[in-house]
Design a protein around this ligand. Structure first.
Ligand code: DMJ
Length: 635
């Protein structure tokens, strides 16, 4: 027995091991498949359950169609126009431009509209598409008890302003649907989407928590585009899931303000839905501890649970950053007005006073300021990264106030004149650009971020007639043209993160870390503003070139990605669909092909994340509340 047993034992052992290996492999494969599958199923179920909403609430709280700005305009006009004629006008308008909810668009080549398909074949050629006259929509709702319109609103010239380019605008709507549906499928409730890997992206700017950044940032774009079903899903998620209570996230005060507070405020202005006002205040309250500094200049980061705030280690000896603490004014001022609590406005007014009184080297604002000492850090100045939206908010605070905040306009003009003198230059090839300034040395480089300033200069020119008006407009057009050049000098027709000017190159990135494009909106923002102000067809043509380039290079089967190098014919994609692609890029492109009555510039002012806020005294959506709460020193 013994010898027999000893012979068969190794065979049995080998057979046993083989069996176990096969079992492990088969189980593993099954598990992986199940995990992938169950992830998708779970996400779908989550989306579905998050979206289930009680019908009664929907009707009571959303009243989407009735509250849509376009329909309020129509209603107000119908009442104003008396009797049957007004009603017929309203009916005709609705017939001409139905609130169509197109189906999710598929990958290029499957359901791409003919117009786009043809043009993708030859993206240099901009075809002349017949442009239909837009239905008449009054641009100013009845102002009820509001004061009269301030003198000197945004003026437009030209005669083609009332036109919608339906085909191109519809294409932008389809892009929005593609971006949204894929976010919904693979990253619902998370911050952003990774389209290539079909999973969520957790960008560090949102901390490590699931704050639904794409939902909050993109929701007003859905609303403006009339994508009602998607809008409702987002609104329901905010109601059910969005809260900063009981989490210990370290949030960027700036990013949280422009995307989350800004997004909620716009939604409140559009709908009057108290949910958004409550959430905007909830978020802003979590940011308040960051303002507890000796100067009142806030820190960059704040912990939502402990209230502990701090600055970035890399920012010039513990400094706060100009573009961050200087880009809170619009949201905080408006929040005070709709809540009746002056505290928020007081906080940003303190920042304003510090910046007004401090000595400015050569009239310029350095990018870094120490919140403890109130002294400037490194003397680096920029209209791009670290500086940009501070200048934007000076002009826009004045506009938002109905042009009564004269201090803001003065500070804007002083700053822009210094920038014109010390930082704006013309290249040998005749391109206007804004350099960075480091101590006394010009760095002949312009960030993509600074491309918003084309629109900013033009908006400054259009809203006040003074000695600088012509210069502002000339520079605004020049910068916008230069940014367009930075796009068309790249084979992808999309612009790099930064571009340089030297004897050898113009409007071109030189360093590898400057060659990427992350779906940024700034150039299109300037096309939109310049289009509204001049009605020069070239801005729409440039915008359409961009749509074609985005479709060709950035679109994937599961959303939109940035590119690692715009100078390659077939660039690698970065696998991130930024929330600002939905909030800004697609919104500005949509508005570029809309007529002027959609968010007219003398009634709405866009925050730096493209969330439109109403202008006081000029816009019935301002929804000012009576002052009820005393300001408090505590935060
Ligand atoms: C956005 O978050 C805002 O436009 C901000 O002002 C700058 N950066 C991004 C878009 O590029």
């Amino acid at each position: 027995m013994c010898p027999k047993t000893s012979k068969t034992t190794p065979l049995l052992l080998i057979a046993g091991i083989c069996f176990v290996i096969v079992l492990v492999v088969v189980t593993g494969i099954t598990l992986i498949n199940n995990i992938n599958l169950s992830n998708i199923i779970r996400l779908n179920e989550k989306v579905a359950s998050d979206s289930v909403s009680n019908n009664e609430n929907q009707i009571k709280e959303l009243n989407y169609v009735n509250n849509h700005p376009r329909n309020i305009y129509l209603k107000l006009n119908a009442t104003k126009d008396e009797g049957e004629e007004g009603e017929h006008e309203m009916q005709r308008e609705q017939e001409q431009e139905p609130l169509e909810l197109p189906k999710i668009s598929a990958v290029i080549g499957e359901t791409t509209p003919k117009i786009l398909e043809n043009q993708l074949k030859n993206s240099q050629e901009i075809p002349s598409v017949s442009v239909t006259r837009a239905p008449f929509v009054p641009t100013s709702p009845t102002l009820l008890d509001s004061p009269p319109l301030p003198v000197g609103g945004v003026k437009t010239n030209g005669s083609s302003g009332g036109l919608i380019d339906y085909e191109k605008r519809n294409q932008v709507v389809k892009m929005m649907e593609h971006a949204w549906h894929n976010y919904k499928l693979y990253a619902w409730g998370k911050n952003e989407l990774r389209p290539l890997s079909q999973r969520p992206h957790s960008g560090s700017i949102f901390g490590s928590y699931d704050l639904g950044a794409t939902i909050v940032d993109g929701l007003d774009t859905l609303y403006i585009m009339g994508l009602e079903k998607e809008y409702r899903e987002g609104r329901d998620w905010i109601e059910r899931k969005f809260s900063l209570d009981n989490i210990s996230a370290e949030l960027s005060v700036f990013e949280t303000n422009i995307r989350f507070v800004g997004g909620m405020l716009t939604l409140y202005a559009f709908t009057g839905d108290p949910l958004y006002k409550e959430r905007a205040q909830h978020i802003a309250d979590k940011l308040l501890p960051a303002f507890q500094t000796p100067t009142g200049i806030p820190y960059a980061l704040v912990n939502t649970k402990t209230g502990v705030a701090k600055n970035y280690g890399w920012a010039s000896g513990g400094s706060s950053i100009l573009s961050e603490f200087g880009t809170l004014h619009l949201e905080f001022a408006y929040l005070s007005d709709i809540t009746g609590n002056p505290l928020y406005r007081e906080r940003v007014q303190t920042i304003r006073q510090v910046l007004k009184e401090i000595e400015k080297p050569k009239g310029l604002y350095p990018n870094f300021l120490n919140p403890k000492t109130g002294k400037w850090g490194q003397l680096h100045m920029s209209l791009g990264a670290l500086g940009d939206s501070y200048y934007e908010y000076l002009l826009k605070a004045w506009l938002q106030s109905g042009q009564t905040d004269e201090e803001a306009r003065e500070m804007f003009d002083e700053a822009m004149l210094a920038i014109l003198d010390k930082m704006v230059r013309t290249s040998p090839g005749g391109l206007t650009y804004v350099s960075d300034l480091k101590f006394d040395r010009l760095e002949h480089k312009m960030d993509h971020l600074a491309c918003f300033s084309g629109g900013l200069f033009a908006l400054g020119a259009a809203t006040r007639q003074n000695d600088y008006t012509d210069k502002y407009m000339e520079v605004g057009k020049g910068i916008t043209n230069t940014c367009h050049e930075s796009y068309i000098r790249a084979p992808t027709q999309l612009g790099p993160e930064a571009f340089r000017f030297s004897d050898a190159v113009e409007a071109r990135a030189l360093r590898s870390q400057e060659k990427y494009y992350i779906l940024r909106p700034e150039t299109f923002e300037s096309y939109f503003v310049l289009w509204r102000l001049t009605h020069d067809q070239k801005y729409r043509d440039w915008g359409w070139e961009a749509v074609l380039a985005l479709e060709k290079h950035c679109r994937t089967a599961h959303g939109y990605c940035g590119l690692r190098n715009v100078y390659q014919q077939e660039p690698q994609k970065d696998d991130v669909q930024q929330s600002f692609f939905l909030a800004e890029t697609l919104k500005y492109l949509y508005l570029l092909f809309s007529d002027d009555s959609v968010l007219p510039l003398d009634e709405w002012v866009f925050n730096t994340e493209a969330h439109p806020l109403p202008i006081k005294g000029a816009n019935a959506y301002y929804r000012q509340a009576p002052v009820t709460l005393p300001a408090s020193n505590a935060s």
